[in-house]
Design a binder for this molecule. Structure first.
Ligand SMILES: [Zn+2]
Length: 460
């Protein structure tokens, strides 16, 4: 380790005078974690992966930049086969496989390909025309559709909370994609017989996108077909340039959010086991730094991890029984959860659902069993809170700002308000320009079609 430390010092000296390179030919490497200074990441463009231990980090970096590292550092910097790494459970230190997870290409067949996924989603929408519609948010670089199923019964024509699941924005992290299919099947086939699911489908408006990066999955790689890491390509919190152009998959997700306000969302990854909550890009140490809806976000993440035993058992360093703040795990910029939570008024987290990114297909039913209750619970939590219909004295809906005392964010609504909160009594402040403010104490409840009707009087 001492030798390694010396090498790191040599390296830090080196990057002080390193010039930037232009290659985007990325390879997958293990590098000493001690190298991971801000300077290193900025000067090399290193994209960190999920897997790490106390000594090593893993991620993508251009081979030219690795070759330009000082000789002393090179022995500690090892190139790996990204796909092989994704499919097996390697020990980060010995680089030995811990348990042989996969070997033959035959096991891929049990995973959905783009074609079989398209067929299955189409079949589900056709089989349950009163509950599901198949839609697309847009197309990938190579023209594949970004399918999503919208699942909700038509029996209630009310403004329902919109709830969103997205998986596999990293193309080689595919367990979540299959969980989405299991979930869609379950919601549709158990509607009318299972009370919990019937209530979810009656009162929630559920959007399920199994594959946000179908090109990446087809090529069994993390990136999209332009080589972009989609979880680093959303507008940064520190700067949003309206005229900037984005990867087609990113633009599609942004457009979908512009059309539909998702109260809660969750995006699914592999390579670790945890609920990763905002912020990814900023520290989460003080009250001012924390996400404005942090208490409800933490409560939802806790509910997810508590119901998933392998995830719950992850308890060390920054992981509290499977829940961590993003930044305190490792910082990322341009991620989806920070973007949606900051710019789109969502409560959006990241679920890491498998240590191995592309495990043997025969293990998928076990992943479903581990995640089923959690997946239903997270949706249910999205229905919990205060539900208001705010009008003027003539009965017209009023655009309002709504704040609850347990949370720091004040959010804007068109007059129909679903404010997600944890259970319990909530002090709610309702404000509209030109009207008298109202403060009410309301118990949080599951949305079952009823709103508190609130009338605001004009200011005197
Ligand atoms: Zn990922």
């Amino acid at each position: 380790m001492k030798q390694l430390r010396t090498c790191v010092l040599v390296f830090l000296l080196f990057i002080c005078c390193a010039r930037s390179f232009s290659s985007t030919n990325y390879s997958y490497f293990r590098i000493p974690i001690a190298l991971l200074t801000k300077q290193f990441v900025q000067s090399t463009g290193f994209i960190r992966d999920h897997k790490w231990d106390d000594t090593y980090a893993f991620g993508y970096i251009s081979i030219e930049k690795v070759r330009a590292l000082p000789q002393a550092v090179q022995p500690y910097t090892i190139e790996l086969d990204a796909l092989d790494w994704a499919q097996n459970d390697y020990d980060p230190k010995t680089l030995q496989v811990r348990n042989l997870a996969i070997s033959s290409s035959a096991s891929y067949e049990a995973y959905h390909t783009y074609e079989t996924l398209t067929e299955e989603l189409r079949n589900l929408a056709e089989a349950y025309p009163n509950l599901a519609t198949l839609n697309t948010a847009g197309k990938s670089v190579e023209g594949r559709q970004l399918w999503y199923l919208r699942i909700s019964s038509q029996s209630k024509s009310i403004a329902k909370p919109k709830l969103l699941y997205i998986s596999s924005m990293h193309g080689d992290e595919v367990v979540g994609k299959e969980l989405m299919v299991y979930l869609a099947r379950e919601l549709l086939s158990s509607y009318g017989t299972d009370d919990r699911i019937t209530r979810l489908v009656d009162y929630g408006d559920i959007f399920v996108m199994p594959s946000m990066n179908p090109d990446g999955t087809a090529q069994k790689q993390r990136f999209n077909s332009h080589g972009a890491d989609l979880n680093r390509s959303f507008p940064f919190l520190s700067s949003r340039n309206e005229s900037e152009s984005y990867e087609p998959e990113i633009q599609a997700i942004m457009d979908l959010h512009r059309k539909i306000h998702f109260l809660v969302a969750l995006n699914f990854h592999g390579g670790s086991l945890c609920m990763n909550i905002p912020w990814d890009s900023h520290p989460n140490q003080t009250a001012e730094q924390l996400f404005g809806d942090d208490p409800v976000m933490r409560w939802m993440a806790r509910n997810y991890a508590d119901r998933n035993k392998p995830m719950y058992n992850v308890h060390y360093a920054n992981f509290v029984h499977g829940v961590t703040y993003g930044f305190e795990w490792y910082q990322i910029l341009g991620g989806m959860q920070d973007w949606a939570s900051h710019y789109e008024q969502s409560i959006h987290a990241t679920a890491e659902v498998s240590n191995v990114k592309w495990p043997q297909a025969s293990t998928l039913p076990t992943f479903w069993q581990d995640n089923k209750d959690s997946l239903l619970q997270y949706l249910e939590d999205g229905l919990m809170g205060v539900h208001l219909r705010v009008t003027d004295t003539h009965g017209n809906l009023l655009p309002v700002n709504v704040k609850v005392d347990s949370l720091r964010r004040s959010l804007k609504y068109s007059g129909i308000v679903h404010r997600v909160t944890a259970a319990g009594l909530q002090r709610v402040t309702i404000e509209a320009k030109g009207y008298q403010m109202k403060i009410l104490d309301l118990p949080a409840a599951l949305f079952v079609g009823s709103f508190h009707d609130i009338t605001l009087e004009p200011e005197k």
